[in-house]
Design a protein around this ligand. Structure first.
Ligand code: PMP
Length: 417
């Protein structure tokens, strides 16, 4: 192992380069976004009718245009009648469901806010913005360990089967944010078989990365809506999907799917919110992608841009930190989960920051931003270019080594005192 002095001087030399790099958020790279630029002017002046004859320039069509419903349906393995296509953000669709259940209840049940402190299961490490929705509504978050197969289902079953205040669970089944894991078939089937103590328990099935493979064939997972229906739980899941990381992040199209019952309740809430979604943007997307095959071949091009970025990060980690730390090696999605030695994550972020590299805040992948072991970090390789990632990883690995060394020194000092 290198000496403290050598590690420190290496870090100081990198710091002196005054770099400005950012691997904090899962933003697509400009080179990825450019591939969808034809969307911007794909519609001719007289092209505004959907296949159902609806004039997309006008109000209405709460459930979205048929061609976009069809594309989502094919991608998710559902019927187009099961899909509601919304606006630009799947996160806002998730937020709105929680807000609706919180204030109005789920299909006739008491509103969540009247039932005491309601709780959500949060597979951890997980997506910080899911956690923030819960925090905002004062929903108590219970961390559930993420395994290679998905959430620890023994704990999920024990809790969901016994506590009527547990009202929901976050799931990112394919290329989970941030571990990149794909839930196993067994995990998905166990989720579908849950017998929740709360009749108004909901599975928030966030399929954000369902077609975002770059190193393996696209994983086809059991269909949660159908699996739940087989087990008498048809109203339990709400499925979300988004084109944010397919076309333009934040200016794309998002969708939901759910049982007839749930869609009826959701449509009622949407009718109170809006006179209709942005159908012109839906039409632009439908014209550009044409069908699910069009999306899959676009994703292949995106995968070719993304893979070298993940490779650059993973090979730096392998060269510098093998045997010292752990990290995931995703075959799709947008993130790598990195685990340092205990008590070092905050310091790593601080050291990186001082050397010009912005990382996602330490703790962010845990509910309440509280990582009890201070060791989990998220790396988002997509926004930077490959050469920038090499620089970024030099700083990152150097900061990890220095933080580990400082920790060891402070331990040694405290045992000597
Ligand atoms: N869900 C997950 C798991 C995500 O990682 C992201 C983007 N970081 C979103 C949802 C947000 O998607 P949208 O842009 O459709 O709101």
């Amino acid at each position: 192992m290198d000496s403290y002095h050598k590690i420190l001087s290496n870090y100081e030399a990198l710091k002196a380069r005054n770099m400005k790099l950012d691997i904090s958020r899962g933003k697509p790279g400009t080179d990825q976004i450019d591939l969808a630029n034809a969307i911007l002017n794909i519609l001719q002046q007289d092209d505004y009718y959907s296949t159902s004859g609806v004039d997309c320039r006008n109000y209405g069509g709460i459930e979205g245009i048929p061609e976009m419903r069809e594309i989502f349906a094919e991608l998710l393995g559902l019927k187009s009648s099961e899909i509601i296509v919304g606006g630009n953000s799947s996160l806002s669709l998730m937020h709105d469901r929680i807000a609706g259940f919180y204030t109005h209840g789920v299909n006739g049940s008491e509103p969540w806010f009247k039932q005491g402190t309601v709780k959500f299961l949060c597979p951890t490490p997980g997506y910080d913005r899911h956690f923030y929705i819960c925090e905002y509504y004062n929903i108590q978050m219970i961390p559930i360990d993420m395994l290679e197969t998905g959430p620890d289902m023994d704990t999920v079953e024990k809790l969901v089967h016994s506590d009527p205040l547990i009202k929901g669970m976050w799931c990112v089944p394919v290329y989970s944010n941030p571990t990149g894991c794909v839930y196993s078939n067994e995990t998905i089937k166990r989720i579908a078989r849950l017998k929740p103590k709360a009749p108004d328990f909901k599975v928030f099935w966030d399929n954000a990365y369902t077609v975002h493979n770059f190193s393996e064939p696209r994983p086809i997972i059991p269909n949660i809506l159908h699996e739940c229906a087989i087990n008498g739980n048809e109203d339990m899941p709400i499925i979300f999907a988004s084109f944010s990381k397919i076309s333009f992040a934040g200016s794309a199209v998002a969708a939901m799917a759910a049982s007839d019952n749930m869609r009826k309740a959701i449509s009622k809430q949407i009718s109170a919110q809006t006179v209709g979604p942005d159908k012109m943007n839906q039409l632009r997307h439908a014209r550009f992608f044409k069908n699910a095959d069009g999306v899959i071949s676009h994703m292949k091009q995106l995968g070719e841009k993304i893979k070298p970025k993940f490779d650059a990060v993973l090979s730096s980690l392998e060269e510098e930190l093998a045997g010292i730390c752990e990290w995931t090696k995703p075959k799709g999605g947008y993130f790598i989960h990195f685990r340092s030695k205990e008590g070092c994550a905050k310091r790593i972020v601080e050291l990186c920051g001082e050397a010009g590299l912005v990382l996602t805040e330490a703790g962010a992948v845990h509910p309440y931003k509280y990582d009890p072991k201070d060791r989990d970090l998220r790396i988002a390789p997509t926004f930077a270019q490959v050469n920038e990632l090499k620089d970024a990883m030099e700083i990152f690995c150097s900061a990890v080594k220095l933080a580990h060394m400082e920790k060891m020194e402070s331990k040694n000092n405290s045992t000597q005192n």
